[in-house]
Design a protein around this ligand. Structure first.
Ligand code: HEM
Length: 122
């Protein structure tokens, strides 16, 4: 697949991830107790995470980054962000009080992941 195709997959994954997290976190802020739609959001979030990874590693292959040597630092930083965003649904379930701050942290991390790919600072 082409660079552009992988980029669209990457973006689709990012949007799905952020929308699913926003919905799950928003409901966590306003309601007490278990969310009956939680499994649905978790599933959408999981598909988003998968697409981000698929698109991300496709982009790495297309830009020649993954050839041979160990990944550069910005890729590891993006992987760390991916792991944190992946753990966010669980965090929100365990600690309802974190749902509101996470509504700001999630887009901030997503923007940071974009800046890391754009500037490749390390
Ligand atoms: C799983 C780890 C990830 C890998 C391996 C990865 C890899 C990449 C690569 C290789 C690019 C293209 C860089 C280029 O064109 O030179 C890219 C772009 C981008 N990534 Fe990721 N990424 C990952 C996770 C994420 C996450 C979690 C987000 C946000 C939630 C994200 C947001 C973006 C954005 C916004 C761009 C476009 C930046 C630009 O070129 O203007 N990435 N990513």
């Amino acid at each position: 697949m082409s660079y552009v195709t992988y980029k669209v997959i990457h973006y689709l994954g990012i949007f799905l991830l952020v929308v699913a997290l926003g919905a799950a976190l928003g409901r966590r802020v306003t309601s007490e107790g278990p969310d009956p739609l939680r499994r649905r959001f978790v599933a959408l979030h999981g598909v988003g995470l998968f697409l981000v990874l698929l698109g991300g590693f496709g982009l790495l292959a297309r830009t020649g980054v993954s050839h041979g040597a160990l990944f550069p630092g910005w890729v590891w930083a993006k992987l760390a962000i991916w792991v944190v965003l992946g753990g966010t649904v669980m965090l929100a379930r365990r600690r309802a009080g974190w749902a509101m701050p996470l509504l700001l942290v999630v887009p901030a991390l997503a923007a940071l992941a974009g800046v890391l790919a754009f500037l490749k600072p390390f």
